[in-house]
Design a protein around this ligand. Structure first.
Ligand SMILES: Cc1cc2nc3c(=O)[nH]c(=O)nc-3n(C[C@H](O)[C@H](O)[C@H](O)COP(=O)(O)O)c2cc1C
Length: 220
């Protein structure tokens, strides 16, 4: 995809905040008093002490016309895991997103505007075992890809510590932190990490240093 088109997409994603609110209003009316229909765990619960790095990342065709074997967010997830240890879980959609970039962009927009929660391939972990969960994803249309929101809907992270990380191509976190707050209003959310996907791809060594500096600042 040419840069102009990508920037248009990012602007459109930012400008579509009104649309995002409309989507969330619909989610709200589906779920009674909850902003988002998270399947809540019974509380109080006994939580574990471990650390889990959860991420979604798309391989194949990526911006700008790259064909990548390890996704940008997957790289960051690996750097985090290398430092904090613990477990990792990759969110894999049951039906892979199209190899074609433009088709993925269109599908992602359709899923977000219609609040479609795509099924995941792998069985999700018991997140109550973990006290700290790193949650990473590319920013898609200004927020979490809907397959990540499937995970967020099905796993109640409200009572743990969440550490968000994203890759993007100009919008930073976009609206994703607001969306996170709507799913888990009570969660403790630490300062997250964001990086341009192209910067991670072209200079992974630098990205690793930035990740380590961020983690050190958080006390990991
Ligand atoms: C469907 C789709 C939507 C995207 N929307 C945005 C966006 O709103 N803002 C942005 O800065 N980048 C956007 N991007 C770019 C990705 O966030 C960026 O390329 C990211 O690094 C991809 O990560 P991954 O390799 O882990 O999948 C989008 C990419 C795709 C495929």
């Amino acid at each position: 995809m040419e840069r102009r088109k990508m920037l248009g997409l990012i602007t459109a994603a930012t400008a579509s905040f009104g649309g995002l609110l409309a989507v969330n209003e619909r989610k709200s009316s589906d779920s009674g008093s909850l902003a988002i229909p998270v399947k809540r765990s019974p509380h109080p619960i006994k939580r574990g002490k471990g650390t889990l790095v959860v991420y979604f990342s798309k391989t194949g065709k990526n911006y700008p016309d790259l064909d990548i074997k390890v996704g940008n967010t997957a790289q960051i997830a690996r750097f985090i895991h290398d430092r904090v240890d613990g477990d990792t879980f990759e969110i894999v959609p049951a039906r892979p997103y199209p190899a074609d970039y433009d088709q993925t962009v269109e599908q992602a927009q359709r899923e977000e505007s219609r609040s479609i929660f795509p099924a995941t391939k792998s069985v999700m972990p018991d997140t109550d075992q973990y006290s700290t969960i790193f949650l990473g994803h590319p920013v898609w249309w200004g927020e979490q890809p809907m397959v990540v929101q499937t995970f967020m809907r099905d796993r109640d992270l409200s009572y743990g510590t969440i550490v968000p990380f994203v890759t993007h191509e100009g919008s930073g976190f976009g609206n994703s932190l607001d969306v996170l707050g709507q799913y888990y209003p009570k969660a403790r959310v630490l300062d997250g990490f964001s990086a341009r996907g192209t910067a991670v791809h072209t200079n992974p060594g630098n990205a690793r240093r930035e990740v380590n500096a961020w983690l050190e600042g958080l006390g990991f």
